[in-house]
Design a binder for this molecule. Structure first.
Ligand SMILES: Nc1ncnc2c1ncn2[C@@H]1O[C@H](COP(=O)(O)OP(=O)(O)OP(=O)(O)O)[C@@H](O)[C@H]1O
Length: 319
């Protein structure tokens, strides 16, 4: 059976004054119904651009130049804006970083949820209000608060309202782009548990973009590790994190304080990610890689299977 979402060789490009930059370069992965995939990697490696490419919400200077995004077998990367309007929120929703600040301060949260529902579904207003209340309750907010204004809610509650809006039309897949950034540790954990519960109850696919590897370990079955626009390693979360096959994944794990809650010392990755206007030849990680050989600066490694649904873009690694 075909996957719910099949991303095949997606390359996205931004046009800049001094050239072109590909934030996602031949990226491929799949997400099954009800499956959670973490998308991790250092800042500016292309994670948000991937999310925007999937939703076809790239800024004016960005576009998909190659590849396919198959949602239930349909290539939505070729969809017109009109067609995409029917896909967004109804089939695929994006909850972005700081989404809570996108709520309109002069309208009640109920008005805003009802509007989101009625843009996509032709249902009577009364029914939409009933659904808005239920949605608030599903994100653990008292339905009676539906007539309140955003300033009457805490930051964590506003983010939950945004999650309620994200799932208002029962999407098949939700993309969370750092959905808990800026929230305190307790609220962050509540929101992640909430997303996890909704995913299981509604059998939604989920792509969780995060810098926090421990969150991926906790709630995602699968992980894709991205570096400088490319997927370096991909596979079941426990296998990738316990037996990383790519030096970048190893370095990322070592740089993270407590992926399984017991690691204390961290070793930062020397150097910094490349300028994507002019990425290094060969493997993009080779200038920072402790395992690099001469071939790494000459040949572009492919993402190849290493067994058990696990893929790595490094041919040299000894496990
Ligand atoms: N509108 C734009 N025009 C040109 N370049 C852009 C644009 N948006 C992002 N970029 C560049 O694309 C690259 C990838 O950025 P992106 O925001 O997708 O990375 P990210 O992994 O999501 O980063 P972070 O974790 O910091 O959010 C970066 O080099 C960034 O500077």
């Amino acid at each position: 059976m075909a996957a719910l979402l099949e991303v095949q060789n997606i390359t996205t490009q931004y046009r800049l004054k001094d050239g072109f930059l590909n934030p996602c370069d031949q990226v491929s992965f799949t997400v099954e119904k009800g499956e959670g995939m973490g998308l991790v990697g250092e800042s500016a490696c292309g994670k948000s651009s991937m999310a925007l490419s999937l939703m076809k919400l790239l800024p004016d200077n960005g576009r998909i130049i190659n590849g396919q995004v198959l949602l239930d077998g349909r290539d939505i990367s070729r969809f017109s804006e009109e067609e995409m309007k029917k896909v967004r929120w109804k089939e695929m929703a994006l909850i972005f970083q700081g989404a809570m600040n996108a709520l309109n301060p002069v309208r009640t949260v109920g008005d805003q949820i009802v509007e989101a529902i009625r843009i996509h579904e032709k249902i009577p207003e009364q029914q939409a209000w009933k659904r808005a209340k239920m949605l608030l309750e599903s994100v653990e907010i008292d339905g009676k608060r539906v007539r309140q204004y955003p300033h009457e809610f805490s930051g964590g509650m506003r983010q939950r309202v945004m999650i309620a809006m994200g799932i208002a039309c029962n999407p098949k897949i939700v993309i969370g782009d750092e959905p808990t950034t800026g929230l305190d540790v307790m609220v962050k954990s509540q929101i992640l548990q909430l997303l996890e519960r909704l995913r299981r109850e509604k059998e939604m696919g989920m792509i969780l973009i995060t810098h926090d590897l421990s969150v991926v370990v906790e709630i995602c079955e699968k992980v894709a590790v991205m570096y400088a626009g490319k997927i370096m390693e991909y596979g079941p979360t426990d296998i990738v994190f316990e037996h990383p096959a790519h030096p970048y994944t190893r370095a990322l794990i070592n740089a993270f304080p407590n992926i399984y809650g017991d690691r204390q010392l961290t070793a930062s990755i020397p150097g910094s990610p490349p300028n994507l206007l002019n990425p290094p030849a060969g493997c993009r990680f080779h200038p920072r890689c402790s395992c690099a050989r001469p071939v790494c600066s000459q040949e572009k490694p492919e993402l190849l299977p290493v067994g058990g649904g696990h893929y790595s873009a490094c041919p040299l690694v000894v496990r």
